[in-house]
Design a protein around this ligand. Structure first.
Ligand code: ATP
Ligand code: MG
Length: 250
């Protein structure tokens, strides 16, 4: 088997005495879209926080392209190639779209510590920022303050900022939450476009989005993966239907 982009081996996480993540094994193949689904409180965001280094792993290992990254700092993990968006929007409202994206790029490359380096590379940074704006459909909003954007454009900007880091693995937490049907469709198209040369992990409650986008799906219930497979087989999995999906996807 090819080396997975992201791999979890026997990962455990407790909060106090409560086992929240209970021995997760998961391998996500490079350049695919993997969706993680499960009821509220199942531990999806916690897994994101473990993979990205925001929470400490109690037991087990996390690997990126076969290299162990368990319990490294969020900054180290980000620089090695994992970038995430947050369930709550995470943008600077009083900066323009252009500035937000460029800021994401600078932060990732640590230019804040290297002023001369920054000056020398400004042209390249601006070019990449423009590229990302085009890719995420934000070019026409270039100079608009992020706080003035529509909700779905703000979410697109969030995705743009995760791209700005140059990471190969992009993790999105509920990218279509709170969106109208039309906005959701737009966002699905955006994700598909963005995913072309990336590994994408999405947590999403909208089953239409999940089954439309994902190459593989894992189902998390009370901190355990009860099924991990291609959408077609997840749809037909009785345990999944009983535990979570009900008649929603039937
Ligand atoms: N920092 C924390 N301290 C204590 N408990 C936490 C912490 N973070 C998460 N939990 C608990 O861990 C469990 C899993 O939470 P998590 O946010 O990962 O769920 P989720 O699957 O993302 O849910 P949702 O679909 O509602 O976003 C919940 O019971 C939550 O209360
Ligand atoms: Mg969550």
């Amino acid at each position: 088997m090819k080396t997975p982009a992201v791999e979890l081996r026997g990962v455990w996480k407790n909060f106090g005495n409560t086992e929240i993540i209970r021995g997760i094994d998961l391998a996500i193949e490079k350049d695919t879209i993997h969706a993680m689904i499960g009821p509220n409180g199942a531990g999806k965001s916690t897994i994101y926080n473990l993979i990205t280094g925001r929470y400490h792993v109690d037991r087990g290992q996390i690997l990126l392209n076969g290299e162990e990254i368990t319990n490294q700092t969020p900054h180290e993990i980000n620089r090695k190639g994992i970038s995430r968006s947050f369930q709550v929007t995470n943008i600077f409202h009083r900066m323009s779209v252009f500035e937000n994206i460029r800021c994401g790029m600078l932060w990732h490359r640590n230019y804040k510590y290297s002023f001369w380096n920054f000056l020398g590379r400004q042209g390249e940074l601006n070019r990449r920022t423009e590229e990302i704006m085009v890719r995420t459909g934000l070019a026409s909003r270039r100079d608009v303050l992020a706080g003035m954007l529509s909700y779905s454009d703000q979410r697109a900007l969030e995705i743009a900022i995760t791209l700005a880091s140059g990471a190969d693995v992009i993790m999105l937490d509920e990218p279509t939450s709170g969106m109208s049907h039309g906005e959701t469709e737009q966002t699905v198209e955006l994700i598909r476009k963005v995913a072309r040369d990336k590994t994408l992990v999405i947590v999403e409650h909208d089953m239409g989005v999940v089954f439309d986008l994902a190459h593989t799906i894992s189902v998390l219930v009370y901190g355990e993966i009860i099924a991990c497979d291609v959408p077609q087989r997840i749809r037909g999995d009785r345990a999944v239907q009983e535990a979570y999906l009900g008649t929603e996807v039937a």
